[in-house]
Write a protein that binds this ligand. Structure first.
Ligand SMILES: Cc1ncc(COP(=O)(O)O)c(C=O)c1O
Length: 415
């Protein structure tokens, strides 16, 4: 079948790259040791502080997110160290695998792949560890395989109550730039990020935001490292340079993406994703289907994993949707294969992109003969309109208040 118009890439990353970012990358490669590059390097390294909500350094690697996982481990730990991790889904199990391959011993708190990491379990494990053998607590913030987000501030609070000195390392690969995340305020030591999701870039860049405590751990960490070594990066970064050949054109794209996020304002970016998450879940409820995440306070706002009715195959539905409507949805990963499909609603995305996406899903459910109720798209539209009205009302009230302040009308401000 010949498809016309734009492909709908609605997997939970890589996400659609805005034309502005594509155009920003469409430039000649420059000398990565020259003055023009230094300016680019300084601009992106500075701009990243806002996205991670940190004053500390953010290190950029030319790699996929997996590289930043490895970098977080080899820069802070030594062979035989113990760490605490939580079974939240496919990506937590992969991060565990990376740690084990590198010679780290992982205590893995079991989970049912329908919730985030449990702060209560974290506290219990840390309180029992009176000898402080855990050197790090490692959590996936937004489990892309399940659509469940862990409550990082509550994990931090559990660590503090237990008075445990372990480092806190968090994977934000599918939440950075789409869901609220605060490296400094939440007391995170290493934040792992990737370019291809909320940052609206192609795959190929990954990040480590690092705290003072993580840098101190780096000085005694004995795992071997060269490519991933933080100090090797931080030295040339001071002048906007990198120790080896950087991904120059991706950095052009990053500079533009950071400008776009700043123009919209991070709180607005998060609010937009929250509206789209809510509208998607309204559609799923109206279809009479189930979201995989079973805890409302842990719903992801960047993707929704939908459980297929018994006896129906998620990949067959995805194939029908791809063939008929030219839309890619996320597949079920490892033990969720064929049991769930995932709707990505993050990055360069708006109300009508969501409406189109949900139309494709609803038509696909019909064509594939999957039992469901009509009205999912209508429920999502209802949710979008209600939240638009609410947002407009808040903005109007705020600007009315500001105007009154300016005119000195508000009590206490009268001259
Ligand atoms: C939460 C999470 N962590 C880690 C990864 C691995 O990143 P990459 O595939 O870029 O290596 C992904 C990829 O989707 C992810 O979603």
């Amino acid at each position: 079948m010949i498809h016309t118009g734009r492909h709908f890439l609605q997997i939970p990353g890589p996400t659609n790259v805005p034309d502005r970012v594509l155009r920003a990358m469409d430039r000649p490669v420059i000398d990565h040791r020259g003055p023009e590059f230094a300016e680019l390097g300084r601009e992106v390294l500075d701009g990243l502080h806002a996205v991670f909500q940190t004053k500390g350094p953010v290190i950029v690697f030319p790699s996929s997110g997996t590289g930043a996982w490895e970098a977080a481990i080899v820069n802070t730990l030594s062979p035989g160290d113990r760490v605490l991790m939580f079974e939240t889904g496919h990506f937590s199990s992969l991060w565990k695998q990376v740690a084990e391959r590198l010679g780290v011993t992982v205590e893995y708190v079991p989970g049912n792949w329908r919730r985030g990491a449990s702060p209560r379990d974290a506290e219990a494990c840390l309180v029992r560890d009176t000898q402080h053998t855990f050197k790090a607590v490692m959590v996936v913030h937004n489990e892309t395989s399940t659509g469940a987000a862990s409550r990082i501030p509550e994990i931090r609070a559990a660590m503090d109550r237990a008075k445990h000195p372990a480092l806190l390392m968090v994977d934000t690969i599918s939440s950075l730039g789409s869901m609220d995340y605060r490296h400094d305020a939440w007391g995170v030591d290493v934040t792992v990020g990737g370019s291809q999701k909320g940052l609206m870039l192609p795959p190929g860049l990954s990040f480590n935001a690092v705290s003072e405590k993580a840098l101190a751990a780096n000085r005694t960490a004995k795992l071997p490292r060269y490519y991933w070594d933080w100090p090797e990066m931080l030295k040339p970064n001071r002048d906007g340079f990198f120790p080896y050949t950087p991904a120059t054109n991706l950095l052009y794209g990053l500079r533009e993406a950071l400008i776009m996020l700043k123009e919209e304002g991070l709180p607005n970016v998060f609010a937009r994703h929250a509206r789209h998450g809510e509208a998607t879940r309204a559609a799923v409820r109206a279809w009479g289907l189930e979201t995989l995440c079973e805890e409302p306070s842990e719903y992801s706002n960047s993707l929704t994993a939908v459980v297929m009715p018994e006896g129906h195959d998620a990949d067959q539905l995805r194939q029908v949707i791809l063939e008929n409507f030219d839309m890619s949805l996320g597949t079920g990963l490892s033990k969720l294969a064929r049991k769930v499909f995932r709707i990505g609603h993050l990055g360069h995305f708006n109300d009508l992109t969501l409406a189109g996406t949900l139309c494709g899903v609803e038509m696909g459910l019909r064509l594939a003969g999957v039992p469901h109720k009509d009205g999912g798209v209508a429920a999502a539209m209802e949710s979008l309109v209600a939240s638009q009205k609410e947002q407009r009302h808040t903005t109007e009230t705020r600007s009315h208040g500001e105007k009154q302040m300016k005119n000195g009308i508000v009590a206490g401000h009268r001259q």
